[in-house]
Design a protein around this ligand. Structure first.
Ligand SMILES: C[S@@+](CC[C@H](N)C(=O)[O-])C[C@H]1O[C@@H](n2cnc3c(N)ncnc32)[C@H](O)[C@@H]1O
Length: 225
């Protein structure tokens, strides 16, 4: 495990947000899904509750529920302050204010925390990290990666991105990644080189508009089959 407790800055989204970020249809939600980098999102908890088949992988799952809870409370104010400083990079329509954003994220993370210990026993939360996934070839129908690849363009190399996307394609028939922006809400400089790389390997790659936009201009996902 390369990640340390102080590296964690937990921040998690809900099933409703995943549905809109990835254009998930009712049929998609019945597929065997891997959520890569789901962290403290409530996606797994909520989808499992409605009968879905989902496994989440994240280095945060090396830690216990109590440690993750403690870290959520330690870092919450910093994340909120940071968001307040960067308010102009977001669209405050559906989520009206930084305070409301905080309440929505906290509610999703509380749902995750309630579910986490049981989910670990059911092997729905697996500790692990890209660029390697602890699964066999094509074990999943659909891989989702929210707010990890492209977002951290400044910290994660192009090589890391290429290896990670190839790994997701190895374990899953289809891969969807959202957003295609970096943390400054600019289009990641990796998007075009990655599309070219994948097309050169005969992968079917499409940038698709989605029904979600919170970071300004962040309303497309990459779909790779
Ligand atoms: C900004 S959070 C997004 C959480 C969730 N996907 C969501 O959208 O609400 C990024 C997540 O990526 C995880 N992460 C960081 N490095 C990773 C890696 N190499 N492989 C998989 N997950 C990673 C972090 O632990 C964190 O939970």
């Amino acid at each position: 495990m390369a990640i340390t407790y102080h590296d964690i800055k937990p921040w998690g989204r809900s099933l409703n947000e995943y549905v809109r970020m990835f254009n998930l249809t009712p049929a998609d939600l019945e597929r065997k899904i891997i959520g890569c980098g789901d962290g403290p999102a409530s996606f797994n908890a909520e989808l499992t509750e409605q009968g879905g088949n989902i496994i989440s992988v994240d280095p945060v799952y090396f830690f216990s529920a109590d440690q993750i809870r403690q870290r959520i409370y330690e870092t919450y104010n910093d994340i909120i302050d940071q968001t307040r400083k960067n308010q102009d990079k977001f669209i405050w329509q559906e989520i009206g204010s930084v305070e409301e954003l905080g309440r929505i994220r906290m509610s999703a993370m509380e749902k995750f925390l309630e579910d986490f210990s049981g989910g670990v026993m059911q092997k729905r939360y697996i500790p692990g990290e890209l660029p390697l996934m602890p699964f066999s070839d094509k074990e999943f129908d659909l891989a989702l990666c929210s707010h990890l690849l492209f977002l951290y363009t400044d910290n994660l190399s192009l090589e890391f991105h290429l290896k990670s996307i190839e790994e997701l394609c190895r374990v899953s028939n289809e891969v969807r990644i959202f957003p295609l922006l970096n943390v400054n809400a600019d289009r990641s400089s990796y998007v075009e080189p990655i599309i070219d790389f994948l097309r050169a390997r005969n992968r079917d790659v499409k940038e698709i508009k989605v029904a979600y936009e919170f970071q300004k201009g962040g309303n497309t996902m990459l779909r790779i089959c």
